[in-house]
Ligand binder design. Structure first.
Ligand SMILES: Cc1cc2nc3c(=O)[nH]c(=O)nc-3n(C[C@H](O)[C@H](O)[C@H](O)COP(=O)(O)O)c2cc1C
Length: 324
């Protein structure tokens, strides 16, 4: 079916409903959308009331989450027969305006983006142990290609580097446990989260029995005794990186991250996101792959075959979309 030339309320609601299925740090959902009635343009703004000052003081994670939502929006547009033209950070005087997206009925096929649409609502973070079964190289190559298509890099560290990353994740947990501000912020978005936001307890993973997993244990919300689990010994870790490290790069990283995650979902993989070690400048530099020119690490991922994560809540579209 050919979409109407102008975006109507129903189309905009559907697009935003897909956008907000994106991952965001602590499920804070730091995004707002604005549509001018009778136009083909949607604005993506950050929701500055949803920042994480203790863990994300620069807003890096916020931009990554908003970039992921923007990628979902592009996928939703392609699925609906529209072509999306995106301008990132169009107004230097207004850094909270993250993107302007113009949507017109498509002239050329957007098949590669539209093919990802079935994964938009199926993708969830999974924090449970995976089977340890090896992922075929062709599948991993496909994930690297997904990142490249968005101008970012995905690197799979070798066994030695992966062990270093596991140690850095452990160091990050120790720093977190000693930081009252961090613990308070985690509690605000887990045990004390308002309905429609934050991470519910059923999405937590069990703590690793040997403490060596890149899965955040959300220590501020204690787990019942004896609930620890054995994680795969040699997890399939990946680093997503950008050449530079400013707001524009963070938005690119978010789009690349989401393209990788949607492709992984279609490939039958479960994925964990982890930014703990990246939240401490003294650890972040050490996470990067010393052998590749990947630049700045924006996300640590873990892939595997295993249980899909549960769906987490989202704010209703009516709360994040303004029509003027
Ligand atoms: C920038 C960013 C950082 C994140 N950091 C972590 C993390 O350190 N540990 C973790 O378990 N999940 C992390 N996540 C995943 C979010 O917690 C998750 O996306 C959110 O709770 C929504 O759940 P969903 O991914 O299942 O939709 C991160 C996500 C983003 C976008």
């Amino acid at each position: 079916m050919v979409p109407a030339l102008l975006l109507d309320a129903e189309a905009v609601t559907a697009l935003v409903g897909d956008a907000v299925a994106a991952p965001s740090m602590h499920n804070a959902q730091p995004w707002l959308f604005r549509h001018q009635r009778g136009s083909n343009t949607l604005l993506l703004r950050m929701d500055a009331s949803r920042t994480l000052p203790a863990e994300d003081p620069s807003g890096r994670g916020l931009h990554v989450g908003c970039g992921a939502a923007l990628f979902n929006l592009r996928v939703a547009a392609a699925h609906g027969g529209r072509e999306a033209t995106t301008t990132l950070l169009p107004d230097p005087a207004d850094p909270e305006l993250l993107a302007v997206v113009t949507l017109v009925p498509q002239t050329a096929s957007q098949g590669d983006l539209a093919a990802l649409h079935p994964a938009v609502h199926r993708r969830h973070s999974s924090r449970r142990p995976f089977t340890g079964e090896q992922i075929p190289a062709t599948v991993l190559d496909g994930l690297c290609g997904a990142a490249r298509a968005e101008g970012v890099r995905l690197v799979f560290p070798d066994a030695w580097h992966a062990q270093t990353i596991l140690e850095l994740a452990q160091d990050a947990r120790a720093l977190e446990a000693a930081s009252p501000e961090t613990l308070e912020e985690v509690a605000r978005w887990t045990s004390r989260a308002a309905p429609g936001e934050g991470i519910p307890a059923d999405a937590f993973g069990p703590p690793a029995q040997d403490g060596r997993a890149v899965v955040r244990d959300f220590a501020a919300s204690p787990q019942p005794a004896g609930s620890s689990a054995v994680f795969e010994r040699a997890p399939c870790l990946a680093l997503l990186g950008t050449r530079e490290d400013g707001p524009l790069d963070w938005l690119l990283a978010g789009q690349g991250l989401q393209r990788v995650l949607l492709q992984a979902t279609l490939d039958g993989l479960a994925a964990t996101l982890n930014s703990q070690a990246l939240e401490w400048p003294e650890l972040r530099w050490a996470v990067r792959d010393p052998l590749s020119s990947m630049g700045h690490v924006q996300m640590l991922l873990r892939f595997g075959y295993g249980p899909e994560g549960p769906a987490t809540p989202r704010r209703p579209v009516s709360e994040v979309l303004t029509t003027v």
